[in-house]
Design a binder for this molecule. Structure first.
Ligand SMILES: C[S@@+](CC[C@H](N)C(=O)[O-])C[C@H]1O[C@@H](n2cnc3c(N)ncnc32)[C@H](O)[C@@H]1O
Length: 565
């Protein structure tokens, strides 16, 4: 995965040693003698951290002063105070991502300040962003991951946000700096897979604050100190997750995106995590063991609760057998296609036969309905491994709504006719009336589940059909092997070929779709329980509704939250 894969063992070890020496001698790190940077290239994991002696749960592995992480707000530490020369890095002109990208592009090219660090971080990545043209479409066929790689959008952001600032200082600060689009992608991917969100530096340095605190403590009698602490007042530490997304409402008190050398040397595994990074009250960062770690074991962090698709997209590896957070996204198009193909014929002979276009228009009407009584429409719906593939109610309700609307397409036809006659006037009022009528029919049981369930089934079947046959066969083979041996290789990872990593994502998604299909079959066979399925009624969902959602835009969130709460 990294440039280091071609380094000789000696060179690799020397770089690791120089890195650790730099951290302790120049960056104020305190590192436990029980841990060491280790070569895990033979397992496809690059560098990692190893326990060289038994470590107890709760032990500190290393501590980092807050002002020694690499972030825009720590830029005063002897590395040229780039922020003063390029105020746009910190004055809000650039968002936090773009600012850190530009900052690191500069230092990657010019700075000696972080050289030992840049020597140990990768120059190449195995994420789909760097795959050859057409490989993502080929290897990830069937998955919505293909549409989330975001290379074109990232490049547009680069041109729009970063290049104007580069242009302004091109003959001074950025003279000789590699500001190519390739360098942008490398640094952007580095931040995606290595950065942390840490609390901002508060006014005054750590040292100042420490000495103030020490003075206060000196003045405070020892017995009072103890009295102040109530039982249960144990310090609460904030756990920092690598690569955590910024919230939308970035403000001056919000976290800052930072590179935290050594904390980012830890590899991750959803089942094997035994350490995490915490931020103390004084701002310093501590990597702490969350379990006992025997000598010789790898020390693993967690990067968050990611499905394999996100591990591949963000970090360029996958876990064998998937993660507990695996999910499949069912898109609105999947629902519309199934509804058009499988909804019963219109009840009225004058009604229009459903088309993809008219059905999408119906979804758009529902989404645009300002005073919506429901919140059914989203870009996509997660079906998750944790719920054993049971789809969320909104997904099923939207299908039910579409089926009903197609069966009663007379209402839809009348709506369109009136709208046309009015020259588009009263659209909102008419839409509201149409949706209300349809919801009323749905809520009063005019839709039978026997009409809708075949469409539920068709959604999952059609989606499975989009994955390559070899992936479906692999899924069947694994299911048989699993039930034969009852073993589960949950702790292995898949690295190496792009196709192998992609297959791991696809197999997990097909497994979940098969679970969903099995659930639908049970539901169909067990009609009474199907009838218990509740269509969100107008009154019940009115309280939570009201927001208008548009379809058709690409949701930017990296990991879409499931609609299931
Ligand atoms: C924060 S870095 C960890 C340090 C990294 N191994 C290195 O050599 O610089 C994250 C990257 O490490 C690799 N990685 C992390 N956990 C891994 C795992 N369980 N299996 C394989 N590679 C892993 C991936 O390439 C990922 O993008």
């Amino acid at each position: 995965m990294t440039s280091e894969q071609f380094n000789t063992k000696d060179e690799f070890t020397k770089q690791s040693q120089a890195f650790v020496q730099w951290l302790t001698e120049s960056r104020g790190y305190t590192i436990s003698p029980k841990v060491a940077v280790h070569d895990y290239r033979s397992q496809g994991q690059g560098r990692g951290l190893i326990a060289v002696a038994d470590i107890a749960e709760g032990e500190d592995l290393f501590t980092i002063p807050r002002d020694r992480v690499i972030a825009i707000d720590s830029d005063t530490q002897g590395n040229g105070a780039l922020v003063q020369r390029v105020p746009e890095l910190a004055d809000g002109t650039l968002d936090d991502w773009s600012a850190l990208i530009l900052y690191l592009m500069y230092h990657a090219s010019k700075g000696e300040a972080f050289k030992p660090y840049f020597d140990v971080i990768p120059a190449q990545f195995s994420t789909p962003m760097f795959w050859d043209d057409g490989e993502a479409e080929k290897f990830l066929q069937g998955s919505t991951l293909v549409g989330k790689i975001g290379k074109t959008e990232a490049e547009a952001g680069f041109r729009e946000n970063i290049l104007p600032v580069v242009e302004k200082y091109k003959d001074t600060v950025f003279d000789g700096v590699d500001v190519s689009v390739d360098a942008f992608h490398r640094v952007g991917s580095l931040i995606m897979s290595y950065s942390f969100d840490v609390d901002r530096v508060k006014a005054g340095s750590n040292e100042e604050k420490d000495s103030e605190k020490a003075k206060e403590e000196e003045q405070e009698p020892a017995d009072e100190k103890e009295d102040d602490e109530e039982p249960g007042d144990e310090e609460e530490h904030e756990e920092l997750i690598i690569g955590e997304e910024f919230s939308d409402d970035e403000d001056d008190d919000g976290p800052v995106k930072a590179m935290v050398p050594l904390a980012d040397t830890l590899n991750a595994h959803s089942q094997l995590c035994n350490a995490h990074l915490e931020q103390e009250d004084d701002g310093s960062l501590v990597m702490r063991a969350t379990a006992a770690i025997p000598a010789g074991s790898q020390i693993y962090n967690t990067y968050g609760d990611f499905p394999n698709s996100d591990l591949l997209r963000r970090y360029g590896y996958t876990e064998l057998g998937g993660t507990a957070s695996d999910l499949v996204e069912i898109t609105v198009n999947d629902l519309v296609d199934a509804a058009v193909a499988h909804a019963p014929a219109p009840a009225n002979k004058f009604a229009e036969p459903a088309t993809r276009e008219s059905t999408l228009q119906l979804v758009q009407l529902l989404a645009d309905w300002e005073d919506g009584v429901m919140e059914l429409v989203d870009d996509s719906y997660d079906v998750e491994r944790t719920t054993a593939g049971v789809p969320n109610p909104e997904l099923l309700s939207l299908i039910n709504f579409l089926v009903l609307a197609l069966v009663r397409s007379k209402d839809l036809k009348a709506f369109r006719r009136t709208l046309k006659r009015n020259g588009g006037a009263d659209e909102e009022k008419l839409t509201k009336k149409l949706v209300k009528t349809l919801v009323k029919h749905a809520a009063t049981g005019k839709l039978t589940f026997r009409e809708a369930v075949p469409v539920w089934r068709a959604v999952f079947e059609a989606r499975i059909g989009k994955y390559p046959q070899a992936v479906q066969d692999e899924c069947t083979r694994r299911a048989a092997a699993k039930s034969a041996s009852e073993t589960d290789s949950i702790t292995q990872v898949v690295v190496g070929t792009r196709e192998a990593m992609a297959t791991e994502v696809l197999v997990g998604e097909v497994e979940i779709l098969r679970l969903a299909l099995a659930w639908v079959d049970t539901a169909l066979a067990d009609a009474p329980s199907v009838d218990e399925f509740e269509f969100p009624s107008a009154s019940a969902s009115a309280a939570s509704a009201g927001s208008k959602r548009k379809l058709g835009h690409n949701n930017k969130s990296q990991t879409k939250k499931s609609k299931r709460s």
